[in-house]
Design a protein. Structure first.
Length: 185
């Protein structure tokens, strides 16, 4: 995506060299490049965003993820459909802080929805913490959640059990999982 690329112009001895920088944030992956998961036929990476305001809001992380491209495929916040993908992430990434994933809880409808539009059905895989939400108020009653209508979901760090938890939409975390669903290696 051209909008995600920043052009840098270098003047070198004997001429001009044009270099294209990586999409904004691409160099912010501590693992170098995405890691392939054969079970989902997707590449995953853990990104580190700017630490302004204590991190990125879920919607900001989602926007950044969709601006990234790997092997010609646009990114998205990660979809974790099963225990095998959950285990893949736990094995391959050192999650030492909270990290957004592509799932949110719609308060009005009382439904969980992936960024793909798919609804997480009752009884489907879930790596939920107990309690499933991180708020002193009853779920969906924080001011930010009342405004947006949803509670985004994140992974807690491994030191706290590497589980999913929902939080008010005004919470910021610096890390987020990006998935590139290439369909092949």
């Amino acid at each position: 995506m051209l909008t995600a690329l920043r052009s840098l112009l270098f003047v070198a001895a004997g001429g001009v060299t044009l270099a294209l920088a990586a999409p904004s944030g691409l160099a912010d992956s501590p693992y170098g490049r995405p890691i392939y998961n054969p079970a989902t036929k997707s590449y995953f990476e853990l990104r580190i965003g700017k630490e302004t305001r204590g991190g990125l809001y879920w919607q900001e992380a989602q926007t950044l993820a969709t601006e990234l491209v790997y092997k010609g495929v646009p990114g998205r916040l990660a979809v974790i459909p099963d225990a095998e993908t959950h285990s893949f992430l736990a094995r391959n990434f050192d999650i030492d802080a909270e990290a957004w994933i592509g799932l949110r809880y719609w308060c009005t409808f009382r439904k969980l929805q992936w960024v793909t539009g798919d609804i997480l059905e009752s009884g489907a895989f879930g790596a939920w913490a107990n309690p499933w939400h991180r708020t002193d108020l009853p779920p969906c009653e924080s001011a930010s959640t009342l405004t947006t209508g949803y509670m985004p979901v994140y992974y807690r760090p491994k030191s706290r059990g590497f589980r999913w938890q929902a939080v008010g939409s005004a919470k910021g975390f610096p890390r987020y999982f990006v998935e590139y669903p290439t369909g092949h290696e």
